[in-house]
Ligand binder design. Sequence first.
Ligand SMILES: CC(C)(COP(=O)(O)OP(=O)(O)OC[C@H]1O[C@@H](n2cnc3c(N)ncnc32)[C@H](O)[C@@H]1OP(=O)(O)O)[C@@H](O)C(=O)NCCC(=O)NCCS
Length: 157
Amino acid sequence: MAGAATQLELASVEDAVPIARLSRDEIEHGLEWRWQPPAILRLIARPETAVLCARCRFGGASVLGGFGVMEFGLERAHLVLLAVAPRLRRRGVARQILGWLEKSADTAGVGEISLEVRAGNHGAREFYATQGYRHGDYLHGFYQGREAAYRMTKKLL
Ligand SMILES: CC(C)(COP(=O)(O)OP(=O)(O)OC[C@H]1O[C@@H](n2cnc3c(N)ncnc32)[C@H](O)[C@@H]1OP(=O)(O)O)[C@@H](O)C(=O)NCCC(=O)NCCS
């Protein structure tokens, strides 16, 4: 079970390249690669942003199994990125990452979390729905004018 073998920790600069690659391959496929290593490094350095890594045991080694990025405001938080490596999916890794970020938001007094997800990404939309997120606005051309998104939100308070 992944829960026992997954360790969550804040990203360090060495994580920027593997995180950027995971974003390119699993989140941004078919779009221009926005979250390249320098952009991830800027996220890691920003005090109002948490970049969380899930380190998982796989084949006897510790690998970057997934990551999540959340921006914290005074009243709202925004989930910027979330991905799990394909070979480690459906083991609760994303649930653990999101749970950690939500708990941090709750502790900070944030009342609502929002995110955008590609409209055609039914798996992720289903995942977020199981975690208590509700579908909101349909955003035409949200991704580089090419692809629509749904905004999804979850109230914490
Ligand atoms: C969406 C994603 C993050 C889910 O990661 P995961 O670690 O596999 O998710 P979990 O194992 O924590 O899933 C928890 C529950 O969510 C639901 N769920 C997760 N993925 C699902 C899918 N593809 N289809 C339907 N339900 C899904 C299930 O109810 C699952 O519980 P179960 O496995 O016991 O049935 C992962 O598929 C991913 O990285 N996708 C590509 C990137 C992406 O779409 N990111 C989100 C948009 S930015």
